[in-house]
Design a protein around this ligand. Structure first.
Ligand code: ZN
Length: 198
């Protein structure tokens, strides 16, 4: 049964597909949007479409960027022999916010999860191994402290160590099950400085 106009129902339906948005929040958002000035709604719609159309993967580290190669990979002030492996671009941003990491990154876009049917080929792992051929000295694994993150870390370590490259993992201090994104900079920095050999 439709209580609302079909346009409103459609908007609520689309919004409720977003993570963390239940039907109630979707309804609140939909009515909020309807009350917004027309120009502001256009800006919002435009920002969504243009982000989707213009953002692409960096050809080296696979972070999301506007260019073929992201500013970090492009920079000659970064240490290209140290690669930090993270699960997503938000984790990269969290480390960048500390301003204290000077290496480069590799973004996996996920983690291995047998439960969810996500295997090594479903994340940017082959791409990482390809990069390691250019005299990389250290791979720092900064996957999340979840079961999936730990599984991924162990898998990467097993692949990379035989290549004669140092493999380290950020120290605990990052809460177990915690999303790196929500950890404050000081904690992240301590975890990075206290990284341990794998
Ligand atoms: Zn890059």
């Amino acid at each position: 049964m439709d209580y609302y106009s079909s346009h409103i129902s459609k908007l609520i339906e689309e919004l409720s597909r977003l993570p963390g948005i239940g039907p109630k929040s979707a309804g609140r958002l939909a009515f909020h949007i309807l009350n917004m000035p027309k120009e502001q709604v256009a800006e919002l719609a435009n920002a969504i479409t243009s982000a989707k159309e213009n953002v692409k993967y960096c050809k080296e580290c696979f972070t999301l960027t506007d260019d073929e190669i992201c500013p970090i990979c492009k920079s000659d002030r970064r240490d290209h022999k140290t690669i930090m492996v993270v699960e997503n671009t938000r984790d990269l941003a969290a480390y960048e916010k500390t301003g204290q990491y000077h290496g480069v990154y590799h973004v996996l876009h996920g983690a291995i999860s047998p439960m969810q049917g996500i295997g090594p080929n479903d994340i940017k792992l082959k791409e990482l191994i390809m990069r390691l051929k250019d005299n990389v000295e250290e791979v720092i694994i900064s996957t999340n402290s979840t079961l999936e993150g730990e599984t991924t870390a162990a898998y990467i370590s097993k692949l990379v160590k035989p290549m004669g490259i140092k493999v380290t993992k950020i120290a605990s201090g990052v809460p177990v099950g915690g999303d790196l994104e929500y950890v404050d900079s000081v904690t992240l920095l301590k975890a990075l400085q206290g990284r341990v050999d794998m």
